[in-house]
Design a protein around this ligand. Structure first.
Ligand code: ARG
Length: 458
């Protein structure tokens, strides 16, 4: 047991209590952030005359060596320390002697851990953003290649109107674009430095909080020390944004699972992203898509967990807050892994365009266009709706599609129909006449893709 606070105690901590309390097994993930924060703190202490330049240099040197040794594997972060903060400080003192004991001047583990968590969240946001951008580039590429790949669009999982694969993927482009905006907002809001808040009430040393904030690339120091040490809003926000990312991935996975089914056969997931069955030799399962869908629950769970942990905490720091770490680490690693795997899966996935096209042809996806045809010939929409309803009924009885009806069969239901009906209800016409902004028509889709291209170039 190695603690920083033995002075006022007359008995050793019970071993079970020690283990229950310790956080080193997971907060060792923060070693780089912890050292970075300590370095900034020490530079500031010297600038303020609280440490001499010589002391500063000795401490910086010691910290730098600890970082290097951990990174090279020479120094193992062992569980005999209570937390990462104790580990770094104890190691520093081992290395440079008594001057190392000055590191913690004007600081508490409360503002220290608040800083570490912020530094961690900040760099995770940057990494996640990069992965999302990568995914958006993949989606963009698939869109560009499939501007005229016709497929059925669905409502209620019933065929509704023909769309294109580019249009369908474009919906997800919008979702992941919003996800990037969301995490960018979190970054902006959280980028205030808590260091210098002390345990809860600041400190009597003349710290220069602007200076440490600047050194650590924050926009400014925080303005209330009690809030600074007990704020985990940014963790909640990131887990909330992560939950939304997972929800988007999960919806997309659900669609891919359906498209990959024997009944649909719109796509084929690559062998490298599929798995087999131990008993049924014919099987090739979409396990990756299912797992991503499944892991969504785990990320939602992390969000619920931290929200619940935080709800009863009086100001300022309380130990409950140590519970923010494991679940956040797990959730963020899960989201990053899922985005990466999902990207790989759709990059290698094969689109069976003929099957999509065939599927769009059936199911009367052009019924709305047949009604619009009548409207253009002067029939009021409500009447046109009724006439096309009769056509559909007729086709269902004969087991044919609208374009397979002869012109005399059309005329038997309404004399308004002429030869140009076939052109009017062709899949190409149905799609390419839809030219409102955001619709699947090729011309407008090209405009939207142009916007996406310059978005990705930024
Ligand atoms: N391991 C603690 C945490 O994660 C660090 C802060 C400890 N502060 C304290 N007053 N015990 O929250």
């Amino acid at each position: 047991m190695a603690q920083l606070w033995g002075g006022r105690f007359t008995k050793e901590t019970d071993q079970l209590v020690y283990n229950f309390n310790a956080s080193i097994s997971f907060d060792k993930k923060f070693y780089a952030q912890d050292i970075e924060g300590s370095m900034a703190h020490v530079k500031m202490l010297a600038k303020q005359g609280i440490l001499t330049d010589e002391e500063k240099d000795q401490i910086l040197d010691g910290l730098d060596n600890i970082l290097k040794d951990v990174e090279s594997g020479k120094l193992e972060i062992s569980d005999k320390y209570e937390d990462i903060h104790s580990f770094v400080e104890a190691n520093l003192i081992d290395r440079i002697g008594d001057v190392g004991k000055k590191l913690h001047t004007g600081r508490s583990r409360n503002d220290q851990v608040a800083l570490d968590m912020k530094l961690y969240v900040r760099s995770e946001i940057v990494e996640l953003d990069g992965l999302l951008k990568e995914l958006l580039s993949t989606i963009y590429k698939i869109m560009e290649e499939n501007i005229s790949t016709i497929m059925p669009g669905f409502t209620h999982l019933q065929k509704a109107q023909p769309i294109t694969l580019a249009h369908h993927f474009g919906a997800y482009f919008e979702m992941f674009k919003r996800d990037r905006d969301r995490i960018y907002d979190i970054y902006k809001r959280m980028n205030l430095c808590p260091l210098g808040s002390g345990a809860l009430a600041g400190t009597t040393y003349p710290l220069d909080r602007e200076y440490t904030s600047e050194l650590l690339e924050f926009d400014a120091p925080t303005l209330n020390s009690m809030d600074s040490v007990s704020d985990r809003d940014y963790v909640i926000e990131l887990l909330s944004a992560s939950s939304t990312i997972m929800m988007h991935l999960s919806r997309f996975c659900e669609e891919i699972i359906i498209w990959n089914s024997n009944e649909y056969q719109f796509v084929e997931i690559d062998d490298t992203y599929s798995t087999g069955s131990s008993i049924m030799p014919q099987k090739k399962n979409p396990d990756i898509a299912e797992l991503i869908r499944g892991k969504t629950g785990r990320v939602y769970g992390a969000l619920m967990s931290i929200l619940t942990t935080m709800k009863g905490i009086p100001l300022a720091y309380n130990k409950d807050m140590q519970e923010d770490k494991e679940l956040t680490f797990d959730a963020i690693d899960t989201v990053k892994g899922c985005v990466k795997l999902f990207d790989g899966m759709i990059k290698t996935m094969q689109f069976k365009k003929d099957n999509m096209r065939k599927s769009a042809n059936g199911g009367f996806t052009n019924a709305t266009d047949a009604a619009d045809y009548l409207v253009n010939k002067g029939v009021p929409f409500r009447d046109a709706h009724g006439i096309v309803g009769q056509l559909v009924l007729y086709c269902i009885e004969k087991n044919i599609s609208l374009d397979e009806m002869t012109i005399s069969e059309y005329k038997a239901i309404s004399t308004v129909f002429e030869e140009d009906i076939y052109e009017a209800i062709s899949m190409e016409t149905c799609v390419n006449k839809r030219l409102t902004l955001g619709a699947p028509g090729e011309e407008i889709m090209r405009e939207v893709l142009k916007t996406y291209r310059s978005y990705l170039a930024k």
